[in-house]
Ligand binder design. Structure first.
Ligand SMILES: C[S@@+](CC[C@H](N)C(=O)[O-])C[C@H]1O[C@@H](n2cnc3c(N)ncnc32)[C@H](O)[C@@H]1O
Length: 403
């Protein structure tokens, strides 16, 4: 059985604030948008915790429920907006009952995510499903389950996963008979939530890791680490990249977000967002950029930096964005939906800039007649040519590269 890690809930640590902030910042615009599909939202916090930290700070359940209340109050859909929220926890169902008692119509499920999720989702065919997956460790992250969720039974499906990628590498090293060493000796100590699985060098362990990773591609990474060809940080980076590639066999848009607390620090783990919905991917990427400053100030020192300056540790500027935009949009040989092209851009380069920055670069290309843009409606109410470069609210944009 997973250890309870009771200390985790004594006080909300910066790591948890970062995760919850990311979730909350995303859920607000997500709810506003998803309710307009007029299909119910089925939200499941699969590793919900206590609902509230002992220091009074809200946990992920309270954060989500407050957002749902506000979202429902703000919608003009009258009775047509429906949200069903469920909270699973192996150890804290009674705390959840107490801490969430003010909210009606929610479901609290005592037990393990892996034993309950299929049943819970059985009745959700045709719904918009969002799963928040924030375990202590890695062992419940069965990749084949994630594949099954994407089988088309839901209107939309999104996963936000806390992937303890260093934890995976450490266990994979154990299973392959080597020790994982990195220069930061306290690396795992301040991840209070990390629950080591302690795998040994047996076929059973290899099978467990294959199930989590969704294949055995990780073995080659560990072999390269073992031979000294790459260090532990590189091993984690390669594993995360390939894990996202594996997820993209089932989910078209997968965003890989390294989480760091100090500037210039290596990431401690990854938040991974997977969806088949381009709007969701663009929303998540935009949201990360928009809330970056706020997230930076979570630690009082104000020194926290959540994400690498860019995916490649470079400072991103207008020129660089323009270069990437040309590189990417020059592949749009036929008419392509702008949102779809943006989602693929973010999957490729990461959440390196806002959609507004992409739009700015695209408008320059349109002016230079290197990009054709088809807008609907093509004229404004006053009969002038439309110039918008965002989709939604009855507006569509398609783009095609000219030269
Ligand atoms: C990192 S904490 C979740 C914190 C929560 N997201 C928050 O912000 O308050 C992980 C939770 O997973 C629970 N847990 C451990 N193994 C589980 C399992 N197999 N299924 C469901 N919950 C589990 C633990 O009791 C713990 O409350």
């Amino acid at each position: 059985m997973a250890k309870k890690n009771d200390d985790f809930f004594v006080e909300k640590k910066p790591w948890s604030k970062v995760k919850d902030e990311l979730l909350g910042c995303y859920l607000k615009p997500y709810v506003a948008k998803i309710l307009y599909t007029r299909k119910p939202l089925a939200y499941v916090d699969c590793f919900a915790g206590k609902g509230k930290f002992d220091d009074g700070n809200p946990g992920s359940p309270l954060i989500a429920l407050d957002i749902f209340q506000q979202g429902l109050a703000a919608t003009k859909l009258d009775g047509n907006a429906r949200i069903g929220a469920a909270f699973i926890d192996l150890n804290y169902a009674s705390d959840l009952e107490t801490n969430l008692s003010a909210y009606k119509g929610i479901k609290i499920v005592p037990g393990a995510y892996e034993d309950n999720i299929d049943d819970l989702l059985k009745s959700k065919t045709g719904c918009n499903v969002f799963l928040y997956i924030d375990p202590y460790g890695i062992k419940a992250l069965d990749c084949t389950k994630f594949d099954a969720f994407a089988n088309g039974q839901f209107n939309t499906i999104e996963l936000l996963i806390n992937m303890n990628s260093f934890g995976f590498i450490r266990e994979a090293c154990n299973a392959m008979g080597t020790k994982f060493k990195i220069d930061d000796s306290g690396f795992f100590d301040d991840l209070v939530e990390y629950d080591p699985t302690i795998l040994d060098a047996t076929d059973k362990s290899i099978e467990a890791l294959n199930r989590i990773a969704g294949g055995d591609y990780w073995k080659d990474i560990i072999a390269r680490y073992k031979s000294g060809e790459i260090d532990g940080y590189k091993a984690e980076e390669y594993f995360s990249e390939q894990y996202c590639q594996r997820l993209s066999e089932s989910y078209k848009y997968v965003l890989n977000m390294p989480i760091r607390i100090q500037q210039n620090q290596h990431p401690k783990y990854r938040m991974i967002h997977a969806t088949n919905h381009p709007d969701g991917c663009v929303l998540m990427a935009d949201n990360i950029c928009n809330r970056w400053e706020l997230l930076k100030n979570i630690q009082n020192s104000g020194q926290m930096t959540l994400f690498q300056e860019t995916f490649n540790n470079q400072i991103i500027d207008e020129e660089k964005i323009s270069e990437y935009v040309i590189e990417h949009f020059s592949q749009c040989f036929g008419w392509t939906s702008l949102t779809e092209a943006q989602a693929v851009f973010f999957v490729k380069y990461g959440a390196i800039c806002k959609t507004g920055d992409i739009a700015k670069a695209l408008k320059k290309l349109e002016k230079a007649q290197r990009l054709e843009v088809m807008r609907n409606p093509s004229l404004t109410e006053k009969g002038k040519p439309s110039t918008f470069m965002t989709e939604g609210h009855g507006k569509t944009v398609s783009v095609r590269w000219v030269k």
